[in-house]
Design a protein around this ligand. Structure first.
Ligand SMILES: Cc1cc2nc3c(=O)[nH]c(=O)nc-3n(C[C@H](O)[C@H](O)[C@H](O)COP(=O)(O)OP(=O)(O)OC[C@H]3O[C@@H](n4cnc5c(N)ncnc54)[C@H](O)[C@@H]3O)c2cc1C
Length: 334
């Protein structure tokens, strides 16, 4: 690991000031915030991340999980994944988020990992993690070793010729289905970013993963309330039953009235370069009766644009089955 300076801050203003001196807010920035450290330190040990300075933000008062004015929930950036998953309001209002978080990592990791850290965790692409290989996301212009290489775990939606790395987070898939908003304080003040606009597709600039600017500190996320009677569910398919990243996952929110689906939100994990909201699947389900045939049609729509690689073609059918199972489960609960 490269030597680095560590400073602690106890005000948001000091944090923003310290970090805004970085040339970029993305991977490779010279000044980085550190929260739980379970992602950043991992990559510092591998020399994938080599910041000159870490700004420890654990002294900021950002751990609250509390009701929001609109009836939804506000979750502090430093709320630990365990505390979010087991919070009574999260379990009651947004079980999809609780299930998603609990399907990720391990108890020990979830006890350290924070809401914002999870939001901003880096891909687990094997080539991103290994500096011996070219990787446009880690080092722009060096190529994508995953294309034509070991790509079984990689994305099939939202990929480009420059990058096929998948977003690894379970939490983020649930947040996409819940239409969360990211609240940020930066050098120019406060702003809010809908999660649908937060992540960037890789395109020709895979090193730039989010719209964050240097100094931007995520302070909290907010989740709007769901319509009365809406149910939510998260299903994750993976190589092992625990402690493994998703091959495919589905976060679904559904409300039915008079036997028809009148509110639906669908997002998928393990298949997209970003947490993958599927408006196509939602359109296919809106106003329909909850039947296996309609679920299958929605899954076909969701995976319509899939671009599999040499080793991950199985994900297309796996993801379809994942989504149909999740929809069957959530509508059974209604
Ligand atoms: C072995 C292993 C297995 C795992 N399995 C899964 C899994 O199955 N599913 C899953 O979803 N995750 C999994 N994870 C990932 C884990 O959930 C993340 O490491 C964790 O959520 C990151 O949170 P953190 O607080 O430790 O982030 P950190 O490592 O502290 O930070 C991560 C990034 O976020 C930035 N950051 C942190 N806080 C802020 C803020 N407030 N504002 C701006 N930037 C910020 C940091 O600068 C850094 O770039 C796994 C991790 C490991 C090590």
């Amino acid at each position: 690991m490269q030597p680095f300076d560590l400073i602690s801050v106890d005000s948001i203003q000091d944090a923003v000031k310290a970090q805004s001196s970085a040339s970029t807010a993305q991977q490779g920035a010279s000044v980085r915030y550190i929260a739980g450290g379970t992602n950043l330190v991992d990559y510092m040990k591998l020399n994938v991340e080599t910041p000159a300075k870490l700004v420890d933000i654990n002294g900021l008062n950002l751990t609250a999980i509390e009701p929001a004015a609109n009836g939804g929930l506000k979750i502090g950036a430093l709320a630990r994944n365990t505390d979010v998953a087991y919070h009574d309001s999260v379990k009651a209002q947004f079980p999809v988020l609780s299930l998603a978080i609990l399907s990720g990592a391990s108890t020990q990791l979830r006890n350290m990992a924070t809401t914002a850290g999870n939001l901003l965790q880096k891909t687990r692409c094997v080539y991103y993690r290994d500096t011996a290989y070219g990787c446009n996301k880690r080092q722009p212009g060096t190529g994508c070793s995953a294309i034509g290489g070991h790509n079984r775990m990689m994305a099939i939606l939202g990929t480009s010729d420059q990058c096929i790395a998948s977003n690894p987070s379970d939490q983020n898939v649930a947040l996409a289905a819940l239409e969360a908003t990211i609240h940020v304080t930066g050098a120019k003040g406060e702003r809010t970013i809908p999660i649908a606009q937060f992540y960037l597709l890789p395109g020709n600039t895979p090193e730039r993963e989010t719209v964050l600017e240097p100094g931007d500190l995520v302070t909290h996320i907010s989740i709007p309330s769901l319509p009365a009677g809406a149910k939510s569910y998260y299903l994750k398919l993976r190589d092992r039953t625990s402690y493994e990243f998703a091959l495919a996952s589905a976060a679904v929110v559904v409300k039915q009235s008079n036997g028809r689906i009148d509110f639906v939100r669908v997002a998928m994990g393990g298949v997209g370069t970003v947490p993958w909201r599927s408006l196509e699947a939602e359109r296919a389900l809106q106003g329909k009766v909850a039947t296996p045939a309609n679920f299958r049609a929605a899954a076909e729509a969701a995976l319509h644009g899939a671009r599999p690689q040499s080793q991950n073609g199985f994900k297309v059918e796996l993801a379809k089955r994942c989504l149909t199972h999740a929809l069957a489960e959530v509508t059974r609960q209604a």
